[in-house]
Design a protein around this ligand. Structure first.
Ligand code: SAH
Length: 352
């Protein structure tokens, strides 16, 4: 249980600045100044408020909270360009974001949509921690703002936002949608929808609604098995959405979208990497417009029985899928040395 909510709403919450305009005397230009400063120039909310007239600034501080998530830990990878941020909500719940500096000018942030996750996927550390709560829009927006600020101080720019941190975005669709709307809003972050990606295990009713609103946002489906019994073993929620039913939904969804769907497939030794699995995957994807992303498994303490597929098996999957005509890439996880890689996000430090 969290403590009482703060009395003043967060400055990052959509609609808040508009709502306090009359009481604080904020002018339309002030709104623009604040948003440009926070979301485009990487200033902290405090620094942004200091740009206003002192009278307006202090009035605003009475009505709006500028302190939201607290950085409790930052770990920079010694090996690659990843930075893990452990953040704490006002009530002390810990969540993680990961900054990925792939090439200069192409930096990304991987954000969390929930603290914990209700999907309980066997291969994912977050799945093993269970569910605490969904994040509010302002907590998602603030993760992006914090990453943007760090990158800005390095002379880099935040280009991509991926919803591949903790949580299942389609279990928190309303907040994720409002956050995505701000990411692509010219007055807020002004990112291209093509630089935003949402990854989901495939909660199809929610997904249909999401795609109807944001057909241009990139979509990734964590498939991980094209045989129903294998998928159910790895991902308990697969029972609720049988592969056949999901296939129908994906075909409807792709009619709304111009870009291919990314299919994520984690390769697990002896579990989903047999010839039968490969055949099933090819069959499953045949009539879909997809880009296949093979993911080498990052081991997690909570599931010592899961091991990554051998290099030879990974190569066979990749080559066979390519020969079958698919676009195939293999994911390279950053941040393995700081427990920031895919599937490794959870709460490793006592922070509250
Ligand atoms: N719940 C959503 C969003 C989280 S995305 C989803 O599952 O799609 C997290 C990504 O990391 C997904 O592609 C997921 O399949 C992958 N992943 C999870 N555990 C992993 C692990 N141990 N090693 C490598 N990738 C993993």
């Amino acid at each position: 249980m969290e403590g009482s909510m703060p009395d003043r709403p967060s400055i990052h919450r959509p609609g808040v600045l508009e709502a306090v305009r009359a009481t604080t005397g904020l002018r339309r230009e002030d709104l623009r100044t604040l948003r440009n400063a926070i979301y485009k120039r990487g200033l902290t909310p405090e620094e942004a408020v200091a740009l206003l007239s002192p009278a307006t600034g202090s009035k605003l501080a009475e009505h709006v909270a500028v302190d939201g998530l607290q950085e409790v830990l930052r770990r920079d990878s010694a090996r690659d360009g990843a930075t893990k941020l452990v953040l704490k909500t006002r009530a002390g719940l810990a969540l993680e974001s990961v900054i990925l500096r792939i090439l200069s000018g192409r930096s990304s942030v991987c954000v969390s949509s929930q603290v914990g996750c209700a999907a309980h996927c066997q291969f994912c550390a977050t799945g093993h921690m269970g569910m605490a709560r969904s994040l509010a829009v302002e907590e998602i927006v603030e993760q992006v703002a914090m990453a943007g600020r760090i990158l800005q101080t390095e002379g880099r720019r935040l280009r991509n936002v991926v919803f591949m941190g903790m949580g299942e975005p389609m279990h928190n669709r309303a907040a994720v949608e409002e956050a995505v709307a701000r990411l692509i809003d010219p007055q807020w972050f002004a990112l291209s929808p093509r630089h935003v990606m949402v990854s989901t295990i495939g909660i199809i009713d929610e997904l249909r609604r999401f795609v109807a609103r944001f057909p241009e946002v990139n979509l990734a489906l964590s498939l991980h098995a094209a045989r129903q019994e294998v998928r159910e073993r790895l991902m308990p929620l697969a029972k609720q959405t049988p592969l056949r039913e999901m296939h129908r939904a994906l075909r409807e969804i792709q009619a709304l979208r111009a870009r291919p769907l990314m299919i994520e497939y984690l390769l697990l030794d002896g579990i989903n990497d047999t010839d039968a699995d490969l055949e099933a995957l090819i069959d499953y994807c045949r009539e879909l417009r997809v880009h296949l992303n093979l993911i080498p498994f990052n081991t997690i303490d909570q599931a010592p029985w899961l091991r990554p597929s051998t290099q030879a098996r990974q190569a066979t999957f990749s080559a066979t899928l390519k020969a079958a005509g698919f676009v195939v890439t293999t994911r390279f996880s950053l941040g393995t040395d700081i427990a920031a890689a895919c599937g490794q996000l959870l709460r490793p430090h006592a922070t509250s």
